[in-house]
Design a protein around this ligand. Structure first.
Ligand code: SAM
Length: 334
């Protein structure tokens, strides 16, 4: 019988954070004041090894996971990530993808593809160099990310999805320019409402640009029509350009939460299983693996956690819950 949680939700997607480190310091995710010189990142021995990740991935797939996304931190800064891709590409029928800031794609895209990666999602918050450099706070130029996107497409990691987090007063003016740039390119641009993940980004509801406003701004210049979801529980709401210029997605996790259809589990870089992006506590699966668990033990551990899952944070979100302690996105994996 299919594994479901207390609200009847199956487990379908697994996001694996392969590192808590990143070469960007995006102000809304890993602000320098917190993730500076003195910040204690995980040490190598604390990270799951590639073999441990492969073993856990196999157990999740046995429980119903069909899609695995590698993330972080920045997954491409983990040394020899291609070797992990190769191991995971061998796990039965799993749809394997990865989210990256794109900075290392020009040199790595082909090797990732050769290792068995199918697709990538690249984050890019603006085409305006000044705005983008200020947001990534690592003085990283837009042109290099665009190069990364093209390298991914050329290597066959397509369709490339491009994620833009929209923050009021920071990059909302870049929305229509981004839509125009990727219109007709074959890449799928997705707009993400700024969320109250972690507790270091000082989130306020006023900082959120609602998805409906984003769609209206684009529709006024490049007319849109809605598209049916690809599958039940799809995170992004899809729209297509009426002139045939492709499609966009909007992820409205704040204004229209989708907890009811949430089929995602997250594994942190040190092997803790989180059943919600906004969770406070994870379940230590690394200890289970390192204690010599059999495959049956692992399956049972995962099934027990999932069966007991009650999370629906985004549906309960209020100004008060935003300030509760939560784990950081760079740790749990975006
Ligand atoms: N380093 C990779 C990257 O840049 O895509 C993967 C990890 S990053 C945490 C994953 C995604 O989460 C990025 O698209 C990032 O913009 C998004 N993100 C981070 N903090 C966010 C927030 N507070 N609200 C919405 N999206 C956020």
């Amino acid at each position: 019988m299919a594994l479901t949680d207390t609200l009847g939700r199956p487990i379908r997607d697994l996001r694996i954070s392969v590192t808590d480190r990143c070469n960007f310091r995006c102000v809304y995710c890993m602000p320098k004041e917190v993730f500076g010189r003195d910040y204690r990142f995980l040490e190598r021995r604390e990270l799951l090894t590639f073999e441990e990740i492969e073993r856990l991935a196999g157990a999740f797939v046995r429980q119903g996971v069909q899609k695995i996304r590698l993330t972080g931190g920045e997954p491409l800064v983990r040394r020899d990530i291609e070797r992990l891709i190769e191991l995971l590409a061998g796990v039965d029928d799993v749809d394997l993808t990865l989210t990256t800031n794109g900075s290392l794609l020009p040199q790595k895209a082909q090797a990732l593809r050769d290792a068995g990666l199918k697709r990538v999602t690249v984050s890019l918050d603006s085409l305006d160099d000044e705005v983008f450099r200020a947001m990534n706070d690592a003085d990283f130029p837009v042109a290099r990310v665009l190069e990364g996107i093209e390298a991914a497409a050329a290597a066959g990691l397509d369709p490339v999805k491009v994620n833009m987090v929209v923050k009021r007063g920071v990059n909302e003016d870049s929305v229509v320019a981004m839509a125009r740039h990727f219109h007709g390119s074959g890449h799928i641009l997705r707009f993400i409402e700024y969320m109250d993940v972690g507790h270091t980004n000082g989130w306020r509801m006023d900082d959120v640009v609602p998805a409906a406003e984003i769609v209206a701004a684009i529709d006024a210049e490049l007319p849109l029509e809605p598209v049916e979801p690809n599958y039940a529980g799809e995170v992004a709401t899809r729209w297509r350009y009426r002139d045939g210029g492709g499609e966009i997605g909007v992820i409205s996790s704040v204004t229209q939460p989708f907890c009811g259809g949430c089929t995602r589990a997250r594994l942190s870089a040190e092997g803790r299983l989180f059943t919600c992006l906004f969770a406070v506590r994870g379940h230590d699966l690394r200890a289970v693996v390192r204690d010599g668990a059999s495959d049956e033990d692992l399956d049972e551990a995962i099934a027990t956690i999932w069966r007991g899952r009650t999370d629906r944070y985004s549906e309960l979100r209020t100004a008060q819950t935003a300030s509760l302690p939560k784990v950081e996105m760079s740790y749990i994996g975006g």
